[in-house]
Design a binder for this molecule. Sequence first.
Ligand code: PFF
Length: 448
Amino acid sequence: MSSIDIPREQWATRAGFILAAVGSAVGLGNIWRFPFLTAESGGAIFVLVYLLLVALIGLPVMLVEFVIGRRSERNPIGAFRRLGHPSWRFAGAIGAFAGFVILSYYSVVGGWVLQYIVASFSGGYGGDAELFFVETASGTNAIVSHAAFMGLVAGIVALGVREGLERAAKVMVPSVIVLLVILAGYGATLPNASTGYQFYLNPDVSTFASDAVSILPAAAGQAFFTLSLGMGVMITYSSYLGEDRDLLNDSIIIVVIDTFIAILAGLVVFPFLASQGVDLETGGGGAGAVFISLATAFESMPAGHLVGGLFFIMLAIAALSSAFSILEVVVSFVTDTFDVDRVPATIGLAAVIFVVGIPTATDLNYLDAYDLFANNILLIVGGLLLSIFIGWVYAPDALEELGQGRGGNGLFDTYWITVVRVVVPLVLLYTVYLAVVEYIEFLQGTFF
Ligand code: PFF
């Protein structure tokens, strides 16, 4: 039976929806990807552009997904059919493809986290945090832990234990915040911390215009990635929402929590990187930056291995609830399109995604290649198509839907539809153009 015929359940409580959406949004994107991308992209200027894009593009696109999900009560593939525009299904297909690629390396990084949990409780990170990272992120270690992470995600999806995950998210979000605050406090005491803050928080406004353009694709990709946009996760989650909920209110809560955690992660990572003498102006440590700086911190702070163990467990839960949401979308795409059952589809897809991810487990250049392609291009194209659909094909109904649960449309709604029609498509089109040019250069410089 396809999902079209199943009567729709709803979230039991408002908290259920927020927790699931926050569980998807908060993950490796906040704690691993945001700091390392910031380090790579010039620091404070990147943070500024990222924050602007979250507010100007991220929030409106999240509402686009919420409107589609709640209106259609379907996942992204069924949604367009239900809304009377089945030809737009290809937008859902692009999202599912993005999810497929993202999960293949997200699971590799999730595997690193699993290895760091084990290390925290069994004698630490080998004394040399950099060497430890290299050993974690290469060879058999990386492949085995990638398999373990993927197995966990597939198990959760196959068993359909979303509730367990929501309960875990309830503990995860406050714990992550508390641990990050403790670590940020410790970081503030380190020698040279101010160099880190300077790089992270003090943008050079005089070069803003030229710098902003060059980091636009990275900042836009990160905004989409961290908010779980562009691949239909938020369509799926909001499809279980009742008409009495205020979509705007819920989206603001989700965006604020997600952004807060990312900013906090930077407040931890940058003083540590600076105090370890990493040259921030020249790129700051790459994909390993967070793992290396945190492991060094845990080696030196009081009760560090215990704090480290707890931290990596929380990070694993955050990563699992995000990965879960991605696999959900990919699995529903396949079960809806090809009429296969859920459990075999989950196992088969997890196996294929595992294999596709293997190159990224053995070579960080592949990880960059997958990551740039999926985030800076596919997610943005996904968001672009959804926004064009809502802005130009479905606007009156979309506005009506946004007004539900809020007593009709207000000034914000006019602002929203205008942004979705004009600003979002223009900015994203330009971003995709820049991203494609950059991607071709990256591939030529790295592999040829
Ligand atoms: N938002 C997640 C993170 O920041 O780790 C990753 C992610 C989940 C991206 C779901 C995309 C997605 F659809």
